[in-house]
Design a protein around this ligand. Sequence first.
Ligand code: NAP
Length: 271
Amino acid sequence: MAKFGLLGGKLGHSLSPAIHELFFKYTGIEGSYELLETELEDLPKRMENLKQSFLGSNVTIPHKLHVMPLLDTITPEAQAIGAVNTIKFTDKGAFGYNTDYFGFSRMLAYNDIVVKGCVAAVLGSGGAARAVMKCLEDEGAAEIYLVTRKPEEVDQHFLEIAPGCKVIDYDALKELKGDLIVNCTPVGMYPKVGVAAVSPMVSASFEASVDLIYNPAKTLFLQQAEDAGKKAVNGLFMLVAQAVAAQEIWQDDKYSSDLIVRIMHELEEKI
Ligand code: NAP
């Protein structure tokens, strides 16, 4: 049976095994998916072991950056984002990918959110924002605003990911109108629900709001968008789509959005 897993630090609450087990159930593919908790100093040894017996692995905090020098090839988008969250082990070496990038892109497409020519604001300058910015840049957003609490401290790497992007603070955001606003902060996530990174007025200034958070299913950020009659999408589709994108890489196959939705609905009951 083909072996897959999740390489990371503390993994107790990960939904990845449930998602991949549902994938195996619905596709009929035989595979196992296990949690591979690994201390930073044990990462090189763990990677050597995985190369011998695993077909693929996901990677999460704190190893998304540290794993990169241990790989043979890294895709251009993962290189640009500066993080690998999926590895494929082959007899030609270990290949690194970033499937958050594909998961985000597929979520937008599935929800009929058009990136080409759009004005987009991205809240928060953490790891998730990098994949989101790269996707918006590659898919032709006309203007990208990175919204952060401290513009003067933003990692200059963002300007390489999206060269024309403007870095602004939350006050400047109040003056902006646009097509898409993406919450890449943890504000509003369970258990600290009932708070949003922006006011209802800001939410009403964007045609679509996307929250990468999936627990709760409807954050205050999304509620504000809905109250203003705007499109509101949570991060569950992206979470499942990035896992399915990893399987597409491992299985060298393509899977439908229907499969993502099927897994998503069953997962909703587990969250
Ligand atoms: P992170 O690195 O911990 O934080 C992201 C950024 O949020 C920070 O760099 C900070 O940016 C901003 N921030 C943090 N606390 C804040 C606060 N109290 N108020 C305002 N801004 C705050 O997180 P991440 O790994 O990028 O993930 C962000 C969110 O996306 C998490 O909720 C995560 O669960 C979710 N996520 C979902 C998926 C999915 O598949 N659906 C994938 C990845 C991540 P500034 O300092 O620039 O303000």
